[in-house]
Design a protein around this ligand. Structure first.
Ligand SMILES: Nc1nc2c(c(=O)[nH]1)N[C@H]1C(S)=C(S)[C@@H](COP(=O)(O)O)O[C@H]1N2
Ligand SMILES: [Mo]
Length: 505
């Protein structure tokens, strides 16, 4: 009887599946090591697929159940999907090897198929080699070790060589994945961004606004100033991996019901008259006292200027983005919007929509479309990405006063504080109660920033008269309207009610 050439042929099918899975993990790790969190990483299209195909109920339930863990969970699911797909492809190669009974055929085929699948998914042919090579190495090593069994001095027939080789490869791939995690992070584009106009500080206009906000701010422990640091500014994205849109290739088209369609590039935009302004963003999906609310100094061109050039009487505008996100706003909202390319005096960072995002003062966060590519004028009120998923977060924000900061002084006094935001109406007053809402006092307010819609800070110091105090806070907007005390969760149109916290003396 002639001995079989391929040891994989003698291995049990389960072990071939294990080998294929380990090789697939190596492929995903290799891809991440090379590409990092960029669209060339095989996890990126998988993540986009998960986001696009996940039914609304599942997305919403996951968000409710997992909150901030929903994003990592969806990434894990995406990586599992990519690994599973590649494992199935590699297993097919191993089965073909068994049928052909030709040693190393599986390794060779695996390299080809992993490259093909990865390149097809990511559109990045060179980067796909970083996935294909480790997969081929794993399969090749398992085949070699199974055939030669170099680590065993015993020639024990009961020891399944493939099994041992597979386990060894598994441990090898684990360490490789660890290394890849480090390498991939280094490959991930740096989110520290240069100042607008180069140099070592913000341009003069932005600098003045940043300086004014710094002077006006209370130093509240555990809370941002009046302008949030870029690294601390919240982000909300439909994808776990943000798109990379280069300035050079970027274009914005103004289309639909217009007299003349208009296309504008990044340099054209930068040459136009720009404005610097404070504006607060708040996500409709956040809980009442959460922190998905921040303020920056933005730099951008008023949309009204371009709209006039395009000419349109349409009632609505659909803003579309490079990541597949879209949103509809009313025309009057578009007319007060900006095409923003700067944040806190720096080039708009990738996670906040580089190179250009829409900024709509006064409305919920979701209408501030990042990685903006198109504004289509239309008379139809088209459902946006989140509206298709049963949210209603395109209108004006709800008024809110947050209780983010609790500071106990040496003298026994307690200072509570936070931020209040009321959109276009502005914050006129903030009232605090330390007895669960029975009696109210005016809180101290930070000076109003000159802006269409910017938050203000409030603070209130009190002498505790009991072991604990139920502190309640509410804002009164510029029209004299008191923040509603009607409690509601975020879905569908924003959390309402008064923030209340038990504070121990
Ligand atoms: N293209 C695109 N724009 C987007 C989103 C997105 O997922 N894709 N998320 C929206 C949501 S829900 C919010 S709250 C804000 C958040 O902006 P930020 O990430 O800069 O804080 O961006 C909005 N713009
Ligand atoms: Mo949002």
């Amino acid at each position: 009887m002639t001995p079989r050439l391929s040891r994989l042929a003698t291995a049990h099918g389960t072990w071939r599946a294990v080998t294929a899975t380990i090789a697939a993990v190596a492929a995903v790790a290799g891809s991440y090591a090379y590409a990092g969190r960029t669209p060339a990483f095989v996890g990126a299209p998988a993540s986009a697929f998960v986001v696009e195909t996940m039914p609304a109920v599942i997305v919403n339930t996951t968000l409710e159940l997992l909150g901030p863990l929903a994003q990592p969970a969806s990434l894990v699911l995406a990586l599992g999907l990519a690994t599973g797909l590649l494992a199935a492809a590699i297993l097919t190669c191993l089965e073909i090897e068994v049928l052909a009974d030709l040693r190393y055929l599986g390794a060779a085929l695996s390299i080809g198929i992993v490259w093909l699948v990865t390149a097809a998914l990511t559109d990045a042919t060179a980067a796909a080699l970083a996935a294909a090579a480790p997969a081929g190495v794993v399969v090749g090593v398992v085949e070699y070790a199974a055939a030669h069994d170099p680590l065993s001095v015993r020639r024990d027939r009961n020891v399944d060589r493939t099994k041992r080789a597979t386990l060894q490869a598994g441990f090898g791939v684990l360490s490789f994945a660890g290394l890849a995690a480090v390498l991939g992070r280094r490959r991930t584009p740096d989110s520290s961004v240069p100042f607008l106009g180069g140099g070592s500080q913000p341009p003069i206009g932005e600098r003045a606004l940043l300086e004014r906000a710094r002077r006006a701010a209370f130093g509240l422990p555990d809370a941002p100033g009046l302008v949030s640091e870029i690294g601390a500014f919240y982000t909300v994205d439909i994808n776990t991996i943000d798109p990379i849109v280069e300035r050079d290739g970027w274009q914005l088209s103004i289309t639909g019901d217009v007299d003349a369609e208009l296309t504008i590039g990044y340099d054209d935009l930068r040459e136009r008259e720009a404005e610097q302004f404070y504006s607060t963003l708040r996500c409709v999906g956040e809980d009442l006292n959460d922190r998905e609310m921040d303020t920056a100094v933005w730099t951008g061109v008023p949309v009204a200027d371009l709209l006039e050039e395009a000419g349109s009487n349409a009632e609505y505008a659909v803003a579309r983005a490079d990541d597949g996100f879209w949103n509809t706003i009313r025309r009057e909202e578009l007319e007060r919007s900006y095409l923003v390319y700067g944040m806190n005096g720096r080039v708009l960072p990738r996670e906040h929509g580089h190179p250009v995002r829409l900024l709509v003062p006064g409305n919920w966060g979701e209408v501030n479309v990042k990685w903006l590519t198109e504004i289509e004028l239309t008379d139809e009120d088209v459902d946006g990405y989140w509206e298709e998923r049963d949210w209603d977060g395109t209108g004006e924000v709800e008024t809110v006063a947050k209780l983010w900061s609790v500071d106990r002084g040496d003298d026994g006094r307690v200072t509570v504080g936070g931020h209040a935001y009321a959109g276009l109406a502005g914050v006129d007053r903030v009232e605090v109660s330390i007895d669960g809402g029975d009696s109210w006092t005016d809180a101290e307010l930070s000076p109003e920033l000159e802006a269409d819609d910017a938050w203000r800070q409030w603070r209130h110091a009190f002498e505790p008269t009991a072991d604990s105090h139920e502190v309640v806070v509410r804002a009164i907007d510029g029209d004299g309207t008191v923040q509603t005390d009607e409690p509601s969760g975020p879905k569908p149109d924003g959390a309402t009610g008064w923030v209340s916290r038990t504070i121990e003396a």
